[in-house]
Design a protein around this ligand. Structure first.
Ligand SMILES: [Zn+2]
Length: 269
């Protein structure tokens, strides 16, 4: 030991004070030594003089919650991060704005995603998700992002075999005319009366409802006069069982279909 008055314990304490944010001179005073003597000792022992760590904004920001909840003061954060009080103050102010903004955007996205998946209105959706709702800020954001939520307002509602999907809708009096999918045939229709869906007056599209209200549908071959007792029976008979759904759709949508030069039509039994 070339400088017996300075022990490794003194050096360790000095280094830890400086790394903790204390300027070198103050740390030297704190351990009762001259800073130059400490520097010499450190250099001669092949060590590096400690430096006050440059404050990283991320460090300060990791204390935001502690500061907001009152668990730590700005001064305490400054000491913890090894930077000045005014710096902490500046960072907190700057980041709090961005933090609030990013938190708000996250909440907005949650509302928007929910509406896109389940339909609904923003305010009611926010309430459902337990998110505070500021309509001015929300709609400003939606406009800025060029998002069209209106087309999703009724999307996702289900009545009978109807599934309301995203799309333009119109309002007439207290009724809405929406875009809806008939799950029985897979076709989408515009201008479907929401009142009729809600009251149960309409449970599927017109084509499907004809099929379901007039009993069993038969297939008649207009060329030969043969009758098949069901679409399934018909599909099997012409060896097109795999295409049953396609045949069923075509028969329901068209007055007649032609297969292998023979014309077939749907008839009610
Ligand atoms: Zn249908």
């Amino acid at each position: 030991m070339k400088y017996p008055l300075i022990t490794i314990d003194t050096i360790t304490k000095f280094i830890s004070l400086v790394r903790g944010g204390m300027p070198q001179a103050s740390a030297a005073t704190a351990v009762g030594r001259d800073v130059n003597a400490l520097r010499l000792w450190i250099q001669r022992n092949g060590m590096e003089m400690p430096h006050v760590r440059k404050p990283v904004t991320g460090d300060v920001m990791s204390y935001v919650d502690a500061y907001r909840s009152g668990r730590m003061t700005q001064k305490e954060i400054a000491i913890a991060c090894g930077c000045s009080g005014p710096y902490v103050s500046k960072m907190l102010a700057q980041y709090t704005d961005e933090h609030i903004r990013s938190k708000q955007v996250k909440a907005f996205r949650q509302i928007i995603d929910h509406i896109k998946q389940n339909g609904g209105r923003p305010k009611a959706t926010a309430r459902l998700l337990g998110i505070p709702f500021n309509s001015t800020k929300f709609y400003t954001y939606v406009r800025e992002q060029g998002i069209d939520l209106l087309t999703h307002q009724f999307a996702g509602l289900e009545y009978g075999s109807w599934l309301v999907v995203a799309g333009d809708w119109t309002k007439q009096g207290s009724n809405y005319f929406v875009r809806a999918l008939c799950k029985k045939c897979g076709n989408t229709f515009d201008g479907v009366s929401l009142t009729n869906l809600r009251s149960g007056k309409s449970t599927c599209c017109h084509n499907c409802s004809i099929g379901y209200t007039h009993g069993r549908l038969q297939v008649k071959c207009l060329t030969t006069g043969d009758t098949f007792k069901s679409i399934r029976n018909f599909a099997d008979a012409i060896d097109m069982s795999d295409a049953y759904q396609t045949l069923r759709l075509q028969l329901k949508q068209q007055p007649s279909i032609v297969i292998n030069d023979r014309e077939y039509s749907l008839i009610h039994s």
